[in-house]
Design a protein around this ligand. Structure first.
Ligand SMILES: [Fe+2]
Ligand SMILES: [Fe+2]
Length: 494
């Protein structure tokens, strides 16, 4: 329900000047419950009385900025293709059922596009089939067990029912694939029916087809990526971040590095802008700035020092204020007003999807942005990733998620809002760049012409990170050259 309708339903009238101006409409969300009675008329004076509007704020300048950014979904040549904006609502158990059904539909339709999966059967029909009959079907992983003899049994489910499937450790390649399967992912199976079982011959994951062209821009321009600044934390690396700001203003670094700075057109910040408050027990002692609004104000002061021709794209992380269930809405609330006022800042949801640099004869580059809360679960729970370095291999985790075509396939790997209409965490459109953070370590790789980049951070190690087994690699800045697709890293920790 949009904000205007929700007020009308409560019997509250909004003056035309409020309705027409997105800047004023945004202020409405900050009105407290006791202020709102039926029969009330909300106009500019009312907002001023409630301290939500300063005397000199007539909304004109802000109106044009907010309009340009939010209504057109665009600043310069940055186009917002997906940013989640739905209002939260009360959640019931049925919403989770509907959400998982929507996800199953989306992922099974991706699987059905694969040539190897013709004539998919529904699970309830498998039981009536004759022994040794060959079957192809799609299921969500409900359970996974490894037997005493080291074989794997998966329980797969679709909307029609459940079935157990058997994977023998004698089929080496198949067994290795099955070992990495996680709860709730959606897979295709080809096998042979035997009583109430299916003996598996092949497993198919949704994956990304190898058709993506490695697009390159005509112009040498750069995208700068930073993640997890954690402003307000005692461990925030003030000097290093200051050096980064100096570099982006072409006042620091080697000749080559300054030249790159002059060609930066975009800055992506992948969440955990601030340290936040009350994120974990006892966090208070790790905070230099104890007020969340002040943390954002401080951050905005730094962003103001970035040349205004650079478009800054921001998505939230789990330390940011507001809802942390994914998709996390853009940072539009009373704590982030200082960010909202910056004309070159685009506030997006986590995850979000943007296109940059499109011209009449060039389609531009698609970026999938995800802070990365779920990454740690897969570092710890996928055998092949764990054995190759776990959290140190963000690239392997990102590849794993692309192959599953989902940002958090397992129910317990993130906190989420079950949208009953579609699953916003399904990777429907294949990006040119997949950007994450959260792990606080820089990582660059390529998977089927998709550039995978996990960003660094701007904090030293804290006790909380130590407890979580994080080994941060702070103050590294990946820079994408859009002409060559090369990624350079500047290390500001030296
Ligand atoms: Fe972080
Ligand atoms: Fe994080």
């Amino acid at each position: 329900m949009d904000v205007i309708t929700s007020f009308l339903k409560k019997g509250i009238l909004l003056s035309p000047e409020i309705i027409k101006n997105p800047f004023f409409l945004e202020k409405l969300s900050q009105l407290e419950g006791e202020d709102l009675e039926a029969g009330l008329i909300i106009d500019k004076d009312f907002l001023k009385k409630k301290g939500l509007l300063l005397d000199d704020e007539d909304g004109k300048e802000k109106e044009s900025v907010v309009k340009r950014k939010e209504e057109t979904g665009q600043i310069n040549d940055v186009k917002v293709l997906f940013s989640y904006k739905k209002e939260p609502k009360k959640i019931t158990v049925n919403d989770f059922v509907a959400y998982f059904n929507r996800r199953f539909e989306a992922l099974s339709s991706i699987l059905r596009q694969r040539q190897e999966l013709p004539g998919v059967t529904s699970i309830n029909r498998l039981r009536s089939m004759r022994d040794k009959e060959k079957v192809v079907f799609i299921g969500m992983v409900f359970d996974k067990t490894i037997t005493k003899n080291n074989n794997i049994i998966l329980t797969l489910e679709d909307p029609s029912g459940k079935i157990n499937v058997f994977i023998s450790d004698k089929k080496k390649e198949l067994f290795e694939t099955a070992k990495d399967i996680v709860f709730d992912e959606v897979i295709g199976v080809e096998g042979v029916v035997s009583k109430n079982f299916v003996f598996v011959n092949q497993i198919f994951i949704p994956d990304v087809p190898l058709v993506k062209e490695l697009k390159k821009s005509q112009e040498e321009v750069y995208v700068t990526l930073i993640g997890d600044p954690h402003f307000g934390s005692n461990a925030f690396l003030k000097k290093e971040f200051g050096d980064f700001i100096e570099w982006i203003n072409q006042r620091k670094g080697s000749q080559e590095q300054r030249e790159i700075a002059s060609k930066v057109k975009y800055l992506i910040i992948i969440g955990d802008l601030v340290e936040g408050v009350g994120v974990y027990p006892g966090q208070e002692k790790d905070l230099e700035v104890k007020d969340i609004k002040e943390q954002y104000d401080l951050f905005a002061e730094y962003l103001k020092k970035i040349p205004s021709n650079i478009t800054i794209i921001i998505c939230p992380g789990n330390h940011d204020a507001g809802r942390i269930s994914e998709p996390q809405p853009p940072l539009f609330h009373k704590y982030t007003e200082s960010l909202q006022k910056l004309p070159n800042v685009l506030l997006l949801s986590n995850p979000s999807f943007i296109n940059i640099g499109a011209t009449e004869d060039f389609p531009g580059f698609d970026f999938l942005l995800y802070h990365g809360y779920s990454l740690i679960y897969y570092a710890d729970n996928v055998g092949s990733i764990r054995s190759q370095g776990g959290q140190k291999r963000a690239d392997l985790i990102m590849r794993f998620l692309l192959q599953r075509r989902h940002l958090a396939p397992t129910h317990t790997s993130n906190l989420y809002m079950p949208d009953t209409e579609y699953d916003p965490l399904v990777i429907n459109k294949i990006p040119d760049f997949f950007i994450t953070g959260h792990i606080h370590r820089v990582s660059v790789n390529n998977y089927k012409n998709i550039t995978l980049i996990n960003c660094s951070c701007w904090t030293d190690i804290t006790e909380d990170m130590e407890k979580r087994g994080l080994q941060p690699q702070p103050a590294r800045v990946p820079l994408i050259n859009l002409k060559t697709r090369e990624v350079k890293i500047i290390n500001f920790s030296k």
